[in-house]
Design a protein around this ligand. Structure first.
Ligand code: HEC
Ligand code: HEC
Ligand code: HEC
Ligand code: HEC
Length: 425
């Protein structure tokens, strides 16, 4: 080298240039969008995508098992999915529902993929049927609610909404797209929880495995004039709180054709009965534990989305926790048999009460005040009976509570009958 004095200067320049290059590269890398997850989904799913087959590209096991709910039609003693006509199985129901659309048709529930077909085929439909009846039947709903708001949706007629409600129950009813977390999708559930000071976004994963079913498997009613979908939970989710709520807002579904009593029709309070302190609920067991057990497909473990009666695969459902599967299944038979027998007694008492009130009401000399008391007792009795009758497990979800409620219902019906008999004395 001709001028050794230049060596440190050249070295310094090289170091500065290299450092600048490294800093430049680091800044460049930092400004790149971060990789969101290790394995990219095959397709990005639009928020609230109604079409389950699109989600199915990413999650074929969950999708194909969901599809099985269309054809999983097997019967159990009190459940299963055959579309049996409950009115023919138990003719007392025609008397209990006299004057109401349920006396025209009342089918056993079926799997989730049948929801749209079944709601469109029920003989209970008429031109006046509100759009609100679609609320728990379709994965088209979450995006429609987001677009137009639930109040507008509920103000529409069933027939007006038919063209826009195109999918049966699907992924968008229970999951947030892409994150796949379980979510509350029904605004009525969100509002009812908030009314009780509960924020579902803070619930644990195990709690969500139950609450996601409460989007639909609950008691609800449509507010007068607006048909706004509402869960009657302001005073809690037990039957007493629900009946207090209906008294406060003055709600009645119909006036009984024979007794003249103002009656509440219960929908399907599976969530309310299960969560009313049942052994399984208190032990932290969730709806999905019994109805969506883990299944294997080769090396892959996933939740089956073929939701159905747990009795059709007891070793997968009950067997996940109980070693003696035969014993617990036998317990179901006994519990359901006991609840059914108690329910029949209750129905007989109600039929007697209705006949007695009808007779009294036809007598011009009868004591009007006593008839009124008898009608109020009929209302209270029938709501309790129906809470257990319309619930889907024939008492299994909460045997103690089911028998307690039926006992009170039977007592109220007999009191109603006695009041009506006294009214004509
Ligand atoms: C400990 C297990 C267990 C849990 C937890 C459970 N269920 Fe069930 N469920 C059953 C059994 C058993 C039946 C009765 C099935 C039959 O009679 O065929 C049933 C019946 C049903 C049915 C009627 C099924 C049919 O085939 O007609 C529905 C709907 C249902 N449950 C929904 C729910 C919901 C919603 C929850 C949570 C709020 C829940 N279940 C929690 C065990 C369970
Ligand atoms: C009725 C509600 C419901 C519907 C409809 C539903 N899921 Fe699920 N899904 C669940 C529940 C409950 C779990 C259990 C979640 C947990 O354990 O955290 C689950 C779990 C999953 C998981 C997590 C992995 C596993 O199997 O446990 C994926 C992925 C998934 N579902 C995809 C789908 C896809 C895709 C669809 C539509 C084709 C769909 N789900 C429809 C309720 C539902
Ligand atoms: C979007 C509303 C909705 C959600 C969410 C929902 N269900 Fe259902 N479910 C229904 C409707 C509606 C039916 C009846 C469909 C018919 O009869 O066509 C039904 C039917 C069922 C049946 C009866 C199936 C049969 O084969 O008889 C079971 C069991 C059931 N649901 C359990 C669950 C469980 C467990 C969850 C939560 C993981 C859940 N559902 C979430 C609306 C819903
Ligand atoms: C996720 C776990 C889990 C699943 C699934 C499950 N159980 Fe249980 N079961 C429990 C626990 C926990 C208890 C309470 C045990 C105790 O307190 O000793 C219980 C208690 C019971 C009892 C006794 C109830 C009582 O009041 O003493 C019966 C009967 C029963 N289970 C039946 C069933 C049947 C039938 C199924 C399937 C349809 C089932 N269980 C599914 C966890 C489960």
């Amino acid at each position: 080298m001709k001028n050794p004095k230049l060596v440190p200067i050249i070295l310094t320049v090289i170091i500065v240039v290299l450092a600048a290059a490294i800093i430049g590269i680091l800044i460049f890398m930092k400004n790149q969008p971060i990789e969101k997850r290790g394995v990219q989904p095959l397709v990005e799913i639009a928020a609230m995508e109604p079409d389950s087959s699109k989600w199915g590209l990413n999650f074929p096991n969950q999708y194909t098992t969901l599809l099985l709910t269309e054809t999983n039609q097997m019967r159990t003693t009190f459940g299963g999915s055959e579309p049996v006509e409950k009115l023919d199985v138990d003719p007392r129901l025609r008397t209990l529902f006299a004057g109401y659309s349920f006396s025209k048709g009342y089918s056993e529930d079926r799997g989730h993929m049948n929801s749209l077909t079944d709601v469109r085929n029920t003989p209970r439909l008429s031109d006046a049927t509100p759009g609100t009846c679609y609320s728990c039947k379709s994965s088209s709903n979450p995006s429609l609610w987001a677009e137009m708001g639930m109040a507008t949706y509920d103000a529409m007629k069933f027939t007006e909404l038919t063209a826009r409600v195109t999918e049966p129950i699907g992924c968008a009813n229970c999951h947030e797209a892409n994150t796949m977390r379980l979510v509350v999708t029904n605004p009525a559930l969100e509002e009812a929880l908030a009314e009780q000071g509960l924020d579902w976004t803070k619930f644990t994963r195990q709690e969500m495995r139950t609450v996601v079913c409460a989007n639909c498997h609950v008691e609800y009613y449509f507010q007068k004039d607006t048909n706004y979908l509402t869960f009657p939970w302001d005073n809690g989710t037990r039957i007493e709180g629900i009946m207090d709520y209906y008294a406060e807002v003055g709600h009645t579904d119909w006036t009984h054709a024979d007794s003249g009593a103002p009656i509440i029709k219960m929908q399907h309070p599976d969530y309310e009965l299960f969560s009313a302190g049942s052994t399984h609920f208190n032990a932290g067991v969730a709806c999905a534990d019994c109805h969506m057990p883990y299944t294997r497909d080769g090396a892959v473990k996933f939740s089956t989305h073929n939701v159905m009666s747990p009795l059709l695969r007891p070793s997968e459902t009950c067997g996940a926790c109980h070693t003696d599967v035969d014993y617990v299944v036998e317990r179901v038979t006994e519990i359901q048999g006991q609840v059914w027998a108690t329910m029949e007694n209750c129905e007989n008492a109600l039929v007697d009460a209705i006949a007695a009130i009808k007779t009294a009401a036809e007598d011009p000399n009868a004591d009007a005040a006593l008839i009124d008391e008898a009608r109020q007792l009929h209302r209270q009795s029938q709501a309790r009976w129906d809470f257990i009758a319309a619930e889907n497990s024939m008492g299994f979800h909460n045997p103690e509570e089911a028998l307690r409620i039926l006992a009170v219902a039977t007592d109220f019906a007999r009191q109603a009958q006695i009041k009506a008999i006294e009214a004509v004395k």
